[in-house]
Design a protein around this ligand. Structure first.
Ligand code: NAG
Ligand code: NAG
Ligand code: NAG
Ligand code: NAG
Ligand code: NAG
Ligand code: NAG
Ligand code: NAG
Ligand code: NAG
Ligand code: NAG
Length: 603
């Protein structure tokens, strides 16, 4: 039955997509229930419907694409509390109101036009329209967008779209897209004032008139117009097929607004044809105060400043708070209890209250320590910019900016705490490794024996270590203690990715010029991993190489990133050996590896 209905809808959709049918007239007294025979009012072609759709453990009222399997919602009523239980009814009442009736308790007004309603129609465009007794339109959903625009729908000056709270909850989320009266189309976090400091995407059409409007056409053309010209700016050129296609523009839960297309013939999924950003860390406010956004391929993750912890681990948006109590500022020696932690490659909102030109980051640290009002600082291009907390809009980016954070010496913290080097750096004991592991033998020999490749690692001073000293050979096989991937202990399938893990440990050992004769204690490996990970996350790579001179910090960082990718707990996250080789040889940026679970939780 369901399959029949689906094909029926598709076939009517096919025949109707070009020539739209006369709208059906929804008359006074009509009603819908979430689970009854009639849960929505369909448009003539069956593509769109207004009615109940499932949300978490209840139902929302809205307009959705009834003619495709995904049932994507494009408009939601009562966004502040959109979830209802199965015993409510949606009624176009005989006294001309559209209301939700609850079995007990008050009626909820769904829309509130200025006049009483005489009839309603769900149009094939996706517009739900209410008429008065003169058959004039008194309200239409196209004029009250929530998170989406459909073809022929406009976002006019002063209007905004607000993202949904989550994929399963269409109540108001945390990002918005505003068509400003100054001509700019801008994205901001919800709750932040309109202004460049809070904007994370701008159309740059400021000054193109007071009446700049966002438009979408049924060939996927997404563009801005003003009252005197038809085109101020194209966001997405049109010219996409019109036949049997559906287009939808939506500000997604992640804060990026995207233009999607759906092919009725292929019937598989929405495809993105344009998006406001491909950097999922762009939306400001994703991570909350004192947190910063990092990316692992396409997945985003929030981290806290050193010495800070999540207010609520499950909710990034609440941000991070100090994991220590601060001393009062009026004591004369207020700096004795503090130290500075450095965080490289992050950018933040700049709220400098005082700026000093300094030579080094250590000078900047000293300046901040001496000023009790300085809670953090940014050091870049010889400028030391003092900041007060909270730091906002943080994101990891390849940037020479270094964030300095004042941390209490007596802080009891899990996140961001950097132990002093637990591993002795004994240069004279680091040798050529020939790691013989399973089937990766040839590959690994190549990496390490081929001088030209060693030269890559050598850029930060390891070549001489690899060349000059005595040779020690490590013979390991899968399962040898010391280089063993966690799946061995967990009774999980062991694949070639276990070799990648072993290689990662070895690479870390080379980098950290660690004495490696004692490979018998798995604890040592865990400490090395955790320490490397913490140093990396805190931007304190220099700690890893101890007293070793490092010429090329970037190269060092690349090597450590490769190692951290190799030693991911989850075998699927580890790159293939081939990819590792490419990364070792290349010069490009390596994505930031996911953080490893802490030592205690890993056991
Ligand atoms: C809908 O039907 C009612 C009753 O038949 C009629 O009075 C009304 O004019 C119709 N409305 C439209 C928009 O056709
Ligand atoms: C729903 O449909 C079934 C079968 O068509 C019918 O027997 C039943 O009375 C209907 N229920 C309502 C509330 O209309
Ligand atoms: C309606 O459903 C809600 C939630 O399931 C329940 O709390 C309420 O008692 C129900 N009301 C009636 C009259 O069944
Ligand atoms: C509309 O935009 C065009 C092109 O950007 C500009 O030349 C024109 O002045 C604008 N019209 C108004 C009323 O601002
Ligand atoms: C902008 O649009 C409004 C409403 O359509 C109109 O009253 C106003 O004159 C327009 N302004 C300009 C400069 O075109
Ligand atoms: C904007 O898109 C339209 C529709 O596809 C196209 O005709 C036009 O050439 C584009 N204009 C610019 C400036 O790209
Ligand atoms: C459709 O896309 C969603 C989100 O991108 C994805 O989770 C889902 O698996 C896709 N479904 C199909 C059938 O490709
Ligand atoms: C330093 O910290 C200790 C322990 O938290 C505290 O007792 C002491 O008062 C602090 N000193 C200053 C100068 O604030
Ligand atoms: C420091 O200042 C705070 C508030 O300004 C005050 O409550 C506190 O007593 C002062 N402490 C000292 C040691 O002066």
């Amino acid at each position: 039955m369901a399959a029949f209905l689906f094909f029926f809808l598709l076939s009517t959709f096919h025949s109707r997509i070009a020539a739209q049918q006369r709208p059906l007239n929804i008359s006074l007294g009509s009603s819908l229930t979430p689970t009854g025979n009639s849960s929505s009012w369909l448009s003539p072609s069956g593509i769109f419907a207004l009615g109940f759709y499932q949300q978490r453990n209840g139902y929302a009222v809205g307009i959705f694409l009834a003619g495709i399997p995904q049932k994507t919602a494009v408009w939601t009523a009562n966004r502040d509390s959109p979830i209802f239980s199965s015993n409510v009814s949606l009624i176009l009442s005989t006294d001309g109101r559209l209301i939700l009736q609850q079995p007990e308790g008050q009626d909820i007004t769904v829309v509130d036009p200025s006049e009483s309603i005489s009839s309603a129609s769900m149009l094939d465009s996706g517009n739900f329209v209410l008429y008065n007794s003169d058959k004039e339109i008194i309200w239409q959903s196209f004029e009250h967008p929530t998170n989406s625009l459909l073809p022929r729908q406009q976002l006019i000056p002063g209007q905004e779209l607000i993202s949904s709270a989550s994929e399963t909850d269409d109540s108001r989320g945390i990002f918005r897209l505003v068509m400003q009266t100054d001509g700019n189309l801008v994205q901001y976090p919800v709750g932040a004032a309109n202004g460049p400091e809070n904007a994370y995407w701008v159309s740059k059409t400021f000054g193109d008139g007071p009446n700049v409007t966002l438009n979408l056409e049924d060939d996927g053309h997404l563009y801005l117009t003003n009252s005197s010209v038809n085109l101020v700016k194209n966001l997405s050129d049109g010219g996409h097929p019109k036949n049997k296609m559906i287009y939808l523009m939506k500000i997604d839960v992640d804060g990026i607004f995207r233009l999607y297309s759906y092919s009725v013939d292929q019937g598989r999924n929405w495809s993105i044809i344009w998006e406001s950003s491909t950097d999922r860390c762009d939306p400001k406010g994703l991570c909350g105060f004192n947190g910063f956004c990092t990316k692992i391929d396409n997945l985003v993750d929030c981290k806290c400043l050193p010495g800070f912890q999540f207010v609520n681990q499950g909710n990034w948006r609440l941000g991070c708070e100090r994991s220590f109590v601060t001393d009062s500022c009026n004591s004369t020696d207020s700096n004795v209890n503090y130290t500075i932690e450095f965080l490289e490659n992050t950018v933040w909102e700049d709220n400098t209250f005082s700026m000093v030109n300094t030579g080094t980051r250590e000078d900047c640290a000293k300046i901040c320590l001496e000023d009790c009002n300085c809670e953090a600082a940014f050091f870049k291009d010889g400028q030391c910019k003092k900041q007060r907390l909270p730091l906002t809009y943080g994101k990891r980016e390849t940037d020479s900016n270094i964030a300095l954070v004042k941390v209490h010496k007596h802080a009891t913290i899990d996140e961001g705490v950097i132990p002093s080097n637990p591993l002795k750096c004994r240069k004279e004991e680091v040798r050529v490794y020939v790691l013989i592991i399973g089937i990766s033998l040839a590959v690994l020999e190549n990496v390490l024996m081929d001088e030209s490749r060693c030269a890559k690692i050598s850029d930060f001073g390891l070549a001489k270590l690899l060349k000059n000293d005595q040779t020690r050979t490590y013979t390991g096989v899968r399962g040898t203690r010391g280089y063993v991937a966690p799946e061995w202990f967990r009774n999980l399938p062991v694949t070639v990715k276990a070799d990648v893990y072993s290689f990662g440990i070895m690479l870390l050992e080379i980098i950290c010029c660690r004495k490696s004769v004692d490979c018998t204690s798995p604890e040592n490996e865990a400490i090395l991993e955790e320490w490397a990970n913490q140093c990396f996350e805190a931007g304190e790579l220099y700690k890893l190489v101890g007293d070793e001179e490092v010429d090329d910090v970037r190269e060092l960082e690349r090597m450590i990133k490769i190692a951290l990718w190799c030693i991911q707990e989850e075998p699927a996250l580890r790159p293939s050996m081939k990819k590792v080789l490419l990364m070792l040889e290349g010069t490009g940026d390596i994505p930031i590896p996911p953080s490893l679970p802490s030592f205690s939780s890993a056991l």
